[in-house]
Design a protein around this ligand. Structure first.
Ligand code: PLP
Length: 396
């Protein structure tokens, strides 16, 4: 069996595509103007920024005036949550609703606000990794400023009932923000039709570069600045525009949000084959609902082994995957997402996330399914936890 290189960690980041890179390149060397300058070089940059804004807006069913460029998904989340909270606190609204398994860009922002005197309700998720809209409805109070619920989870890929939650928020006259960093480009999104008030996205998950994101803010919503300074982004987000990255994001959004169904139809059978194949190994479980999940995501726990060792072994075989989100690797705590769906610590530690795209071939799937039993067996043979498990002893 020849060693392969298989990138199955697209939820962590993606390669910049040829089309994106080609669109960006002139903006480093010849078309390098400052979009605020009044001479032609600057005006051209401004035009290109606006063209990119129009592309992002079109891909989301928004108006270009509703799109603001940011430096990343985390900034978009921070801006939407902190600045809405800050504004509405002045009207006596100091309650925020989110879920227990959000990305840390949302969770840590909410924890920061708690320290500033806000109250936060963390909605639980089911063992399938799904939020019940009724829970959101029941949590809304007179003083609720914002509901922020992720569109799709970054670790287990589960897709939340966003339209239902948005409808509840609309009825209750509460603003609704969604972190759609993992959903954009994989699910058809139309912010107006779906009743979304604010939406965060990030370029590096959809083949644009790292360090570019956007926030959609529905017309009519007043969102104070997170970053103060110059008059860029219609005075709402200061800082000289990162023109190459913005142009790249426009192209990436255009490509990612076109032909989603066709791409998913190619990815899904491969994902299903991987799940079926891996679940044949003993003491395994799929984390997250099988149907309501991102097409390229699979997250499987292997009892009696350590996720980090599994990743290193996979790396030796040329396979890139992840256990827990990339942002938390380096931490010894098990993933808060896996704990939130009821996994025991030991089981959460032995989890693998693969996030594939349509470049993964049938041969790649065969290869993964061929090497995994050997890896799992070897790791378990060295694991004291597995040994105790096999002896029927408690191991927690
Ligand atoms: N939200 C979710 C759901 C994510 O998966 C990520 C990144 O992994 C982020 C936010 C943060 O995005 P960025 O890396 O652009 O700051």
């Amino acid at each position: 069996m020849d060693k392969r290189f298989i990138y199955a960690d697209n939820a962590a980041t993606t390669a910049v595509s040829e089309e994106v890179l080609n669109a960006m390149l002139p903006h480093f060397r010849t078309a390098y103007g400052n979009a605020s300058s009044i001479y032609k070089l600057g005006r051209d940059a401004q035009r290109d920024v606006e063209e990119a804004r129009a592309k992002v807006a079109k891909a989301l069913g928004a108006d270009p005036k509703e799109i603001f460029f940011t430096s990343c998904g985390s900034e978009s989340d921070n801006w939407a949550i902190k600045c809405t909270a800050e504004r509405l606190a002045k009207k006596g609204k100091k309650h925020i609703i989110t879920s227990v398994f959000e990305h840390h860009a949302v969770l840590h922002t909410c924890e920061y606000l708690e320290k500033q005197g806000f109250e936060v309700t963390y909605i639980p998720v089911s063992d399938k990794g799904l939020i019940d809209p009724e829970d959101v409805k029941n949590a809304i109070r007179e003083d609720t400023a914002l509901v922020t619920i992720m569109y799709a989870n970054n670790e287990i890929g589960t897709i939340q009932p966003i339209e239902e939650i948005a409808a509840i928020c609309k009825e209750k006259k509460v603003l609704f923000h969604t972190d759609a960093v993992q959903a954009v480009g994989h699910i058809d999104i139309d912010v107006h039709k779906q009743g979304i008030d604010m939406l965060s996205l990030s370029g590096h998950k959809i083949h644009a570069q790292k360090g570019i994101g956007a926030l959609y803010v529905r017309k009519g919503i007043v969102l104070p600045n997170l970053i103060h300074g110059g008059g860029q982004e219609r005075g709402k987000r200061a800082g000289t525009e990162n023109v190459p990255a913005i142009v790249g994001l426009g192209v990436a959004m255009e490509i990612a949000c076109t032909g989603i169904a066709e791409r998913n139809a190619k990815i899904l059978p491969k994902r299903e084959r991987l799940i079926d194949g891996l679940l044949k190994l003993p003491y395994t479980r799929l984390n997250g609902d099988r149907e309501k999940r991102l097409p390229g995501n699979l997250n499987i726990s292997f009892e009696g082994l350590e996720g980090e060792s599994l990743l290193l072994m996979l790396d030796n075989y040329g396979i890139c995957g992840s256990s827990g989100s990339a942002c938390t690797s380096g931490s010894l705590d098990p993933s808060h997402v896996l704990l939130s769906i009821g996994l025991k610590h030991e089981i959460a530690h032995g989890s693998l996330r693969l996030s594939i795209e349509d470049d993964v071939t049938d041969e790649d799937v065969d290869y993964i399914l061929e090497v995994m039993p050997t890896i799992v067996e070897r790791l378990r043979s060295m694991s004291p936890v597995w040994e105790r498990m096999m002896k029927g002893e408690a191991y927690e």
